[in-house]
Design a protein around this ligand. Structure first.
Ligand code: ADP
Ligand code: G3P
Length: 495
């Protein structure tokens, strides 16, 4: 039993990776599932799709690695965060499709709670803001909109969970209803200072506490899988939300270390150690990981559109056939043009939190073409990261000197990573293993199984593939950033 199965349940696909005890990836499988958009701004996943795709890729990865369940010492789970499910404890049937983190249906509810003055109390306890992004308002919406759901919840007949809990429930055949501290920290219902569900917030949202899962450490006992699923029971020993798992996979264990993951969106987490740093710049205070009952906190900046802007060039504008083509286009762009693209397609996330904004392009000329659009799209990811870094530096001066560790699909873009280093004025480090989310989940499970070393030793094995050093002259860096800020202000003004 020397292998680990990492399950990464993401927004657009489910992945499973088999690692050996040294955390070398051996085999993987991936499966996409349907996105449901029942109304403007609404995003749902069928709960059964999430579970069935995970069970499928897990089996496929074990088989591809030429292994049997008996070879797997532990399972680690990492997942899209905040996405909300409620199911019947007796039948295991979901009451509704999962409401996805991107879903904006509860914007009005959040606005009303803010108008009633509840945000300071909620922010102080949860580290979050009153935004539809988080699970709390989604749970309330489900209880408000499904017949007799609240009464049934009060009677203890129903269970709420983020995706990790839903998968644990199904993997264990309904024996375990649990979540980990990082996922709990994204619900808006969890007090991150006391590490307990918050009775006052639950009462405010009229959410019966009987719905809530038990909160455990990131490396902990989450029960065993049903024997019939993989041919034998396998213990589940690691769980973390995907951005927190990436923080672990990037070995950001020391306060001041920071990672940024560039997938569909971009999520930057700065380790602040045992210190729960409140943000005065509209970042989130969250749990980076909880090990051995000890909580390590982080400041987080969440950007909703990063790699998705490249998808827009491909699918919306049809300027490219694949993401990698942006590199050649950006290199060929006319440097005298000053196109600025603000990709607020679904509003702006941190540090602006303006769900009402929509995208804008500034500086168009007659000769602006695909190359200039591609360059502006890639640059927008750098500028947005700079916004986050500025906010982090203001909230926590220890962040100033940092190197940024990057991962996610878009980190493959050399041009984007060089621009990122240029506009941040800080080095950007790309590791050899860029599947850091699954690596983090695999490590947590391996830690739980006693297969993997303590964090300090794991951190020593983190290997650099390439460092991008800032090369842009300081006056140009500042002039370009000022132009970006003006573009964002104009975009917000137009909303
Ligand atoms: N070479 C590249 N240049 C620019 N963007 C890229 C490149 N390769 C992938 N991407 C972008 O990265 C994203 C995919 O990253 P991934 O980590 O798989 O995302 P997710 O987990 O959110 O689905 C896509 O949005 C894609 O446009
Ligand atoms: O599934 P991803 O990689 O898009 O990540 C989603 C985040 O966890 C949302 O907070």
């Amino acid at each position: 039993m020397t292998h680990i199965l990492a399950i990464d349940q993401g927004t657009t696909s489910s992945r499973a990776i088999i690692f050996d005890a040294k955390l070398t990836p051996l085999a993987s499988a991936q499966s996409e599932f349907a996105q449901h958009f029942p109304a403007s701004g609404w995003v749902e996943h069928a709960a059964s799709d999430l579970w069935v795709s995970v069970a499928g890729v897990a089996r496929a990865a074990i088989e591809k690695a030429g292994l049997h369940a008996g070879d797997i010492a532990a399972i680690g789970i990492t997942n899209q965060r905040e996405t909300t499910l409620i199911w019947d404890r007796k039948t295991g049937q979901p009451l509704h499709r999962a409401i996805v983190w991107q879903d904006r249906r509860t914007a009005g509810m959040c606005e009303q709670l803010r108008a009633e003055g509840h945000e300071p109390m909620i922010a102080a306890r949860t580290g979050l803001l009153l935004d539809p992004y988080f699970s709390g308002s989604k749970v309330k919406w489900l209880l408000d909109n499904i017949d007799s759901a609240r009464d049934r919840a009060k009677r203890g007949e129903l269970a709420f969970g983020t995706v990790d809990s839903w998968l644990i429930w199904n993997l264990t055949g309904g024996k375990v209803h649990a979540t980990d501290a990082t996922n709990a920290a994204r619900t808006l219902l969890f007090n991150i200072a006391t590490n307990r569900w918050d009775e006052d917030i639950c009462a405010l949202l009229d959410i019966p506490m009987a719905l809530l899962p038990e909160v455990r450490d990131c490396a902990d006992d989450y029960g065993k899988t049903r024997a019939d699923l993989f041919g034998r029971e396998i213990p589940i020993l690691g769980v973390a939300g995907d951005q927190q798992a990436a923080t672990v996979g990037q070995a950001c264990f020391v306060p001041g270390m920071m990672k940024s993951t560039y997938g569909t969106g971009c999520f930057a987490l700065l380790n602040t150690g045992g210190q729960m740093v409140p943000s005065t710049n509209r970042l989130l205070t969250t749990i980076a990981y909880r090990l051995g009952g000890r909580t390590t906190y982080a400041l987080e900046g969440s950007i909703f559109i990063a790699g998705a802007v490249v998808q827009w060039l491909r699918d919306g504008l049809r300027l490219i056939r694949n993401a990698a083509e942006t590199q050649g286009l950006a290199e060929a762009a006319d440097r005298t043009q000053e196109l600025v693209l603000v990709p607020a397609f679904t509003g702006l996330g941190a540090p602006y939190w303006r769900p009402d904004c929509r995208g804008a392009v500034f500086g168009l000329t007659r000769s602006s073409g695909p190359a200039e659009f591609a360059r502006a799209a890639l640059e927008s990811v750098g500028f947005q990261t700079r916004d986050l870094l500025e906010a982090m530096r203001a909230d926590w001066p220890d962040a100033a000197a940092g190197v940024l560790r990057v991962d996610g699909g878009m980190a493959a873009s050399d041009w984007t990573m060089q621009f990122l280093a240029d506009i941040l004025g800080a080095p950007v480090d790309r590791p050899r293993v860029t599947e850091t989310t699954a690596l983090g989940a695999g490590y947590l499970a391996g830690l739980g199984a006693g297969l993997c070393p303590e964090p300090e030793e794991f951190a020593r094995d983190w290997a650099l593939e390439r460092r991008f050093e800032p090369a842009m002259p300081q006056p140009e860096r500042e002039a370009r950033y000022i132009r970006w800020k003006k573009a964002v202000n104009a975009t917000m003004g137009a909303a």
